[in-house]
Design a protein around this ligand. Structure first.
Ligand code: GDP
Ligand code: IMO
Ligand code: MG
Length: 406
């Protein structure tokens, strides 16, 4: 029988701790593959006491896994070059020749598009939307194109479109980009299939989270790619039917960077407390993250739509010390109660009123103890609502601050 592959992805609006989760479980895998997003992602890993920030490189390279950057990723070669400098030596890495490049003008275009909008998305400003947009319009430049004869013709077409959109064309430094990427260019689909046939263990590492998914997130306040199970096939050529564990990462509360409805959002002292305790400032942009209670209506939706069967629960330490912890168990709108389907457009989601239930606070777990009974009741409530098992609890950023549940 072929060895299966697993997925780690975010169940919320990103920054759930996917990097930490991947680093923690990656000793069980040979290959870690990214399939969506670009350097809008920021995955912080505290590995053996040292902090790493990954944007495009899969987090598992620290354990010597083969990293793959799949076709569905949009790639910024210069930010990749910077990421590589934090590693000792060159990692084993394959970058799909089909991955699209983020051209320098796309960042300007990102700003330009935001300036045209009434309701700004609050993007990371990395040119992600334009990169996926040019790809869909068939004006994109792929990694493999850098090594083809007709590159200049393709660049010229992209330039015409950029200028037509009213933005200055900035020439990419092609020679430099070639030198960065050449050692890594390959075929994601082929490598993944060969690895599977050889019985290697593969882990997919998603960027962003279900609620930022282009189609199933809180559109239009989303990113521009598929962010969970839906993205694997298009983003790497790997057949989704060969997936085994679908591991969703969620915080014990919720955060969001950027704009858009956020039913369980907190403000005032409680928000300040959680933001400070949890160091809730973006890895990529440094922006303060908006914070709120864990939203079980949204979480249930995220689990349902992704097929999540295991949960990696993070940041339980951040809420320790609170006498009571809130959980949003339903929404109310126009006199009706909703707890089953997360079926709201942006306007409707802005208007719902969260129904908050309270559980008693807990003491943070330690390495040798079992979780506090109040934390267990909080976890029971989550498991019973969403129908997936909490397999890991994380109680600090370090790799050792993690507990595996039986
Ligand atoms: P990602 O984008 O999903 O990988 O998440 P980020 O790395 O952007 O944000 C998560 C942040 O929380 C990082 O700074 C992690 O080091 C940190 N972190 C992860 N798990 C825990 C935890 O259980 N407790 C605390 N206090 N911090 C954590
Ligand atoms: P990781 O992988 C949190 C958000 C942005 C903005 C929206 C669109 O670290 O969880 P974009 O630049 O993608 O066009 O911005 O998506 N966003 C993220 N928020 N974590 C991320 O990645 C994000 N990537 C994009 O803040 O609201
Ligand atoms: Mg992040």
């Amino acid at each position: 029988m072929l060895v299966s592959a697993d997925l780690v992805f975010g169940l919320q609006w990103g920054d759930e701790g996917k990097g930490k989760a991947v680093d923690y479980i990656s000793p069980n895998y040979d290959v870690i593959a990214r399939f969506n997003g670009g350097d809008n992602a920021g995955h912080t890993v505290v590995h053996q006491g040292q902090t790493y920030k990954f944007h495009q490189i899969p987090s598992g390279v620290l354990h010597g896994c083969l990293g793959i950057i799949g076709s569905g990723v949009v790639l910024n070669p210069e930010s990749l070059e910077q990421e590589l400098t934090q590693l000792n030596g060159t990692p084993k890495l394959i970058i799909s020749k089909r991955a699209h490049l983020i051209l320098p003008s796309y960042k300007l275009l990102d700003q330009h598009l935001e300036s045209l909008k009434n309701g700004k998305v609050g993007t990371t400003g990395r040119g992600i939307g334009p990169a996926y947009g040019f790809k869909a319009l068939r004006f994109g430049i792929r990694v493999g194109d850098l090594f083809e004869e007709d590159l200049l013709t393709k660049l010229n077409d992209a330039k015409k479109l950029v200028e037509n959109l009213g933005v200055e064309w900035q020439e990419p430094d092609i020679e430099h980009w070639r030198s960065i990427l050449e050692p890594f260019v390959g075929d994601d689909y082929r490598t993944l299939h060969e690895c599977l046939l050889e019985g290697k263990h593969i882990l997919f590492e998603a960027a962003q989270g279900v609620l930022l998914d282009l189609d199933f997130g809180t559109y239009p306040f989303v990113t521009s790619s598929p962010t969970f199970t839906d993205g694997i096939h298009v983003g790497s050529g790997f057949n989704g039917k060969d997936l085994d564990d679908i591991i969703g990462v969620t915080k014990a509360y919720t955060t969001r960077v950027g704009n858009g409805a956020f039913p369980s959002e907190l403000d005032g002292e409680m928000a300040d407390f959680i933001r400070k305790q949890g160091a809730e400032f973006g890895t990529t942009t440094g922006r303060p993250r908006r914070v709120g209670w864990l939203d079980l209506v949204a979480l249930k939706y995220a689990c349902k739509i992704s097929g999540c069967n295991k949960i990696f629960l993070t940041k339980v330490d951040v809420l320790s010390g609170l006498s009571d912890v809130g959980l949003v168990t339903a929404y109310e709108s126009n006199g009706k109660r909703y707890d089953e389907w997360f079926d709201f457009d942006e306007t409707a989601l802005k208007q719902v009123r969260p129904v908050v239930e309270w559980v008693s606070g807990w003491d943070s777990p330690t390495h040798d103890g079992s979780p506090d009974k109040n934390l267990i009741s909080f976890m029971d409530k989550i498991e019973n609502t969403v129908g997936a098992k909490i397999q890991w609890i994380s109680f600090g950023p370090g790799d050792e601050e993690t507990m595996r549940m039986i």
